[in-house]
Design a protein around this ligand. Structure first.
Ligand code: URA
Length: 276
């Protein structure tokens, strides 16, 4: 394999960023080192890279670790406002993605709108800017919602995972389980009248279980959110990134947008800005 092919392979695997000055052979390490911190002592340089200096060591979790999920839930539920929730996320050291992402990507749009959109993970433009849905998927999202008369003043957009996974890989079950309490708290604090779940990850996380998007889309689901005394109505639909890759899904997506528009029209005040 030539060097360029090897490099491409690493990018495909998600190794798109150097975290230490020297490569690390994790297969040669014993289990204790694998549990926790990056073993900076094995790097030849005395100076750990900036990211390791500026943040605590990451916790590696492939399967959901109950104590991490409980810590995430406690941190999220202690946040009384959106500002406190961002601060809690920024301080949370239980998700390794925070150590590889450039920025925390929290939210964009109108925090008092009655409609909230939930995507899956930030892409690279979101990672650079710290705002959700600013890349190609975001541009299509804006066009899709403009077609039913909505722009970002009419909704708040966020993601299930607030940090971009390395190389744009899908998040693990553990990462989803750890980030979900923060998303649920986000929804509870905004208390939207309607939710749109973009793509299968957000749908599966918010609806629970594993309904395939193809079966869940096209109707409203009641979602119980901790901290809210009534369920929120959620409409799963195709993720704009999926539509960019498979445009034949656009017909269903259009039907779902019309369904959303109809619901908003039948509760005319849903898209009005609420005084909170
Ligand atoms: N895809 C998402 O789900 N969210 C973003 O912010 C960008 C792309």
């Amino acid at each position: 394999m030539d060097a360029l092919t090897a490099l491409r392979l690493q990018l495909e695997w998600g190794a798109d960023e150097a975290l230490a000055d020297a490569p690390l052979d994790r297969t040669a390490m014993d289990g204790t080192a694998m549990d926790g911190a990056l073993p900076v002592e094995s790097a030849p340089s005395q100076e750990p890279p900036l990211r390791q200096l500026s943040r605590p060591a990451p916790v590696v979790a492939i399967l959901p670790e109950p104590s991490l999920v409980a810590r995430a839930r406690a941190a999220a539920e202690a946040a009384p406002t959106l500002e406190a929730l961002v601060a809690a996320l920024a301080a949370f050291d239980g998700c390794a993605l925070a150590h590889t992402a450039s920025r925390l990507v929290f939210t964009d749009g109108n925090p008092t709108a009655a409609l909230m959109l939930v995507g899956d993970c930030p892409g690279d433009e979101e990672d650079r800017t710290g705002k959700p849905f600013v890349g190609p998927a975001g541009r299509l999202l804006d066009r899709m919602f403009a077609s039913i008369g909505l722009d970002r003043s009419h909704f708040l957009a966020t993601n299930l995972i607030p940090w971009r996974p390395p190389g744009g890989r899908p998040p693990t079950e553990a990462e989803i389980a750890i980030c979900l309490p923060f998303l649920q708290r986000h929804v509870a604090l905004v208390a939207p009248r309607r939710l749109v779940l973009l793509g299968s990850l957000a749908t599966r996380a918010m609806l629970g279980g594993t309904p395939p998007l193809s079966r869940a889309r096209g109707r409203w689901h009641e979602v119980a959110v901790p901290g809210l005394d009534r369920p929120v109505l959620a409409l799963p639909m195709a993720h704009p990134l999926g539509l960019l890759k498979a445009p034949r899904g656009k017909r269903d997506a259009w039907m779902d947008l019309l369904r959303l528009r109809q619901a908003l029209d039948s509760h005319a005040n849903v898209i009005e800005t609420r005084v909170v």
